[in-house]
Design a protein around this ligand. Sequence first.
Ligand SMILES: *Cc1c(COP(=O)(O)O)cnc(C)c1O
Length: 409
Amino acid sequence: MGIVSSCNDAFARLRLAPGGQAAPATTAGLAAWAEIDLRQLKRNYQWLRQRAGAPVMAMVKANAYGHGLLPVATYLQDAAQADWFGVATPEEGVALRQAGIARPILVIGGFWLGQEAAVVDYDLATTLPDPSYVAVLERAAAARGVIAAVHLEVDTGIGRLGLSPDQLTATLKALQPCRHIRVDGLMTHFAAADAPEQADFTREQIRRHALALEQTRAAGFAPRYVHLANSAGLHAFPPAATGNLARIGGLLYGIAGDALSPAFPPPPTGPVLSLHARILGLKAVPAGTPLGYGCTFTTRRPTRVATVPLGYGDGLHRIQSNRGDALVRGRKAPIIGRVSMDVTMLDVTEVPDVALGDVATFIGAQGAAVISAEDYAAVMDTIALEATTSLTARVTRRYLFDPTDTSSA
Ligand SMILES: *Cc1c(COP(=O)(O)O)cnc(C)c1O
């Protein structure tokens, strides 16, 4: 692994960022941690911008998909000159502003009544989940004498957030007299851009979005940003899906492998996060020994059992019980017995020279052996995005970065 600087300003900022987590420079004293390679994050961002040929909105919702909201956003802003940030809620946007993020921020989930003040006060661009929000936002912005920026999300087929054709018409009408709202963007979200058999559906979404843009312009608005693509859209439908801004999460963190079309070559983005815990306890037990809650596993041979301090309280889901693996000394060590809240047991019988303090890697590489976030998620019947997003606050995030990247920040 690369060198982690423990003595430069940017690192201190990451460590001290409000709401950020401790980010020790070494793993000494850590029993379980996620390693976040910010250098890879930067490479991913730069590749994405090149691929999009347009600004890229770094999606940092849900604690930056579990990678740590403030360190990720701070680094992207300072080291990668990120163009835009995307969050799901006003609270996430406020946290970014309070940490010194100055780039434009879009709240893709819009706001609920009572949150419009935060949207306006912290200069957050927002979507409008319903035409009735127009008046609420206009009032809040007028009260402060500012202009609020909105991006209209049109529902072209996903059926969740986004204005239906009728709602778009009503929203444009409601916006007409507003002096304190500027329509900065028109966006839509793909339902199935990763599915080759649904390509016609995605093309229809692109067509409906173009019609909505015509309608918006005809109503007298000139949205500067026209955007459609998530990771799967950018991968499978460029440039039609790119517009002039791309909203990217999964590919930014290098974990979209299970959410991309198999019809196109995998992109060169790499994983940013890995997950590790040390062997805290090691014992030899005879054949016939039951292990863990519910005695769901009984040893069939003399077994070396390693205990690691990572459980469902950390986001290692209980469904990994008797199913998942970790890597120890480059070998697969199966999870045996139930994953409990704080600890998990591994069968390390086949690991030569296994010792206390050895690192068990649940997501990541040890030498040539790899458990990708996609592999780890597949054990749980889910996708890698859910796996990393599930990591809880108890897991210390340890950030790796190149100090020369941030010395000018
Ligand atoms: C989360 C989200 C994205 C990013 O999706 P990825 O598949 O992670 O790239 C883009 N747009 C909207 C509206 C989203 O909710």
